[in-house]
Design a protein around this ligand. Structure first.
Ligand code: KG4
Ligand code: ZN
Length: 337
């Protein structure tokens, strides 16, 4: 029998609900982004985010149902992002999911946001194991070996900052508007790599580090300002992006060689970067490795990826009850190592 999972995502500044068939086929989706509102403040304002989720979530449900002939009766389970993210934002989705589960008598599934980013790859082609997952987001920079669904072995992690966090910080220092990552990419496209920035972790270790690179950009801006020199923003964005992605590519290559990897997937918000997508494609082509990256619109936050990630949970009856709590922080890979 076909399984229709309704996914709900509200961990940051997108209110999204989707219906996904059998873990990989999107039936309907609605994503309402608050980006324009938060851009006025230069970043996500948590209080405004949760208020907007509360105001909008019922309309998002109505909208997604209007896009399909399915009704709530056809839904097999309700899945919701319970962690990590802004607590007030997560709470809106979690409590809404509980109400739907109670009113319509559907099983409730607690799904981790990072599982969503990983399982968005099922929209392209069902995951085949073993595989190497490169997880690059606002809070994660990891190389993870997956032997099976929800079976993870972390091969490498960042020793300090996550890559997305670093993009956001550099955007701020350069005075670029929110959201940081995509704007650094836009500027980098117009620039040349003329600034000499230190290459972090230029060794055989698999782990990542981004704080040194971040500090180098901050110090450079500071020093140039003090000297009264103008900063060439486009060139600095490009120089930074080149060094940041060079590290990602070098470490991924090392892991492919060391663990004799045949399949790679990319997950997380930074995989929306056209430059990273292209560099990963070149690397995997060269190394004869099968590469999967979710379609661009599923790299940023959406509920479809949550419904995809909930499917293996549904199959093993990994259900939760109304005592489910939203958590602002919860390390995803810790239980399965
Ligand atoms: O995966 P995500 O939603 O974060 C977490 O779940 O933690 O991704 C958001 C991150 C932000 O740090 C954002 O700046 C970054 O992904 N990002 C990018 C790009 N698009 C989004 N970074 C670099 N280039 C991009 N095009
Ligand atoms: Zn995300």
């Amino acid at each position: 029998m076909d399984v229709y999972i309704m996914g709900i995502e509200s961990s940051c500044d997108e209110t999204s609900i989707s219906i996904v068939k059998n873990g990989h086929e999107e039936i309907a989706t609605t994503v309402l982004t608050q980006m324009d509102t938060h851009a006025l403040y230069g970043g996500v304002v948590p209080e405004i985010a949760s208020r907007m989720h509360t105001e909008n979530i019922t309309m998002v449900l109505e909208d997604v149902l209007s896009k399909t002939d399915l009704t709530m009766n056809d839904i097999s389970a309700i899945a919701v992002t319970y962690a990590p993210g802004l607590l007030g934002s997560l709470l809106v989705g979690v409590e809404f999911a509980k109400v739907l589960s109670l009113v319509y008598d559907k099983p409730l599934i607690a799904t981790h946001h990072i599982a969503g980013h990983i399982y968005a790859n099922n929209l392209v082609k069902n995951l085949e194991f073993p595989l190497l997952a490169l997880v690059v987001s606002g809070g994660h920079t990891e190389l993870v070996l997956m032997e099976d669904d929800y079976k993870f072995k972390v091969l490498a992690t960042t020793l300090d900052d996550a890559i997305g966090e670093c993009f956001d910080k550099v955007a701020r220092v350069l005075g670029l508007p929110y959201p940081g990552g995509p704007n650094v990419e836009k500027y980098a496209k117009e620039g040349k790599p003329t600034y000499d920035l230190p290459k972090p972790m230029d060794n055989d270790e698999l782990n990542f580090s981004f704080s040194g690179l971040k500090s180098a950009v901050i110090n450079l801006c500071h020093n140039e300002e003090q000297r009264g020199n103008e900063i060439r923003k486009y060139d600095l964005a490009r120089s930074f992006q080149d060094v940041a992605f060079d590290q990602i590519i070098r470490k991924t290559k090392l892991a492919i060689e060391k663990y004799d990897i045949k399949r790679v997937i990319v997950a997380g918000g930074v995989s929306a970067s056209a430059v990273l997508r292209e560099e990963m494609t070149i690397l995997c082509d060269k190394m004869n490795v099968d590469l999967s990256i979710p379609p661009m619109r599923y790299c940023t936050d959406n509920a479809t990826m949550i419904a995809c990630a909930a499917y293996p949970q549904y199959l093993r009856k990994d259900f939760t009850d109304l005592s489910l709590r939203a958590k602002s922080q919860e390390y995803f890979f810790q239980d399965s190592e």
